[in-house]
Design a protein around this ligand. Structure first.
Ligand code: BG6
Length: 297
């Protein structure tokens, strides 16, 4: 599948597919080791463009999970952004700045058949020596001047598959946050909110938890490593690992794949974001490698 690869002069790199604007590789050094892969992609992932990629960083838009908004009627789970072909817009390669690429997505006949709202998406990826920044810009391209405004209502999320020994990971700081445990959903998809009691959240069992207004900055750590996830304008976070219980039923999940990652997915998924005609909403995350030496200081 067509892709774009950015290289940083200090050794890091990122690979982005036009299909789904899915980041499928992020290699970064730490201050004491050469560049290494930081994202998980299933060895059984489908990469012919017939299905979203199982791994990396798929972009979820305009619905999270099955559609629940009246305007999202027949959309597939997690929307169309992760299964649409995006266009390459421009690359910035300036010796004084970190390399960056922008991909865009506008309504196509395939999208319009399922989703009638006017929008323009830009996905901006910027590569640092030790970090990776992704930004989703959602523009409401409606020209309506009616009142009340013709809002674009959506959910958005970065579905980060962080390469990590799942058995040993902890995600902080989520203690005392309200969350919804989707592994306990009723048949209608309803869940009851609970308060997180753990200082560090693990994924030793099948986990599918949606934390609301979760604080926007997280650390995923394990002995010898970690990645921080710092976000702007993405109020919620989802922690997901299917373990064998759900992972073994997924056709595109490699056997034992669930031991190799944790999904720490910042987004706006409880309720809907609203953007007025002509306006743009921006959600951003910065993923950074946590230097082991620094953690033990
Ligand atoms: C998570 C959801 O974000 O994505 C889970 O909370 C879902 O419920 C998971 O199972 C994977 O979704 P998909 O569509 O890629 O299999």
């Amino acid at each position: 599948m067509p892709d774009i690869v950015l290289h940083h002069p200090k050794g890091s790199s990122v690979q982005i597919l036009l299909y789904g604007a899915t980041i499928v590789s992020w290699k970064s050094p730490t201050n004491n080791a050469p560049p290494a892969e930081r994202l998980f992609v299933s060895a059984s992932a489908i990469t012919d463009g017939s299905k979203p990629v199982r791994g990396g960083i798929p972009v979820v838009f305009p619905c999270f999970g099955p559609p629940t908004h009246r305007e999202h009627g027949s959309l597939p789970q997690h929307g169309f952004a992760r299964s649409s072909n995006w266009s390459w817009d421009h690359v910035i390669k300036d010796e004084k700045a970190d390399p960056s690429v922008t991909l865009t997505l506008e309504p196509t006949p395939g999208i319009t058949a399922l989703y009638k709202r006017p929008f323009h998406l830009s996905f901006v990826v910027t590569l640092g020596e030790f970090d990776l920044t992704t930004e989703l810009h959602v523009k409401n391209t409606s020209g309506s001047i009616d009142y009340p405004p013709d809002y674009l209502e959506f959910q958005a999320l970065f579905h980060n598959y962080i390469l990590a020994p799942a058995i040993d990971i902890l995600i902080t700081p989520l203690q005392n946050k309200l969350y919804f445990d989707k592994t306990e959903s009723t048949e209608e998809g309803r869940t009851t909110g609970k308060i997180e009691t753990r200082a560090g959240v693990d994924v030793r069992k099948f986990t599918d938890s949606v934390y609301e207004n979760a604080g926007q900055n997280y650390e995923v750590t394990w002995p010898g490593g970690g990645v921080s996830v710092k976000t702007t304008n993405m109020k919620d976070v989802v922690v997901w690992n299917p373990q064998a219980e759900a992972g073994s039923k997924m056709g595109d999940m490699e056997g034992g794949g669930w031991d190799k990652f944790v999904c720490c997915e910042p987004g706006c998924v409880r309720g809907f974001e609203k953007v007025a005609p002509g306006m743009t909403w921006v959600g951003k995350q910065v993923l950074s490698v946590i230097h082991v030496a620094r953690r033990h200081q």
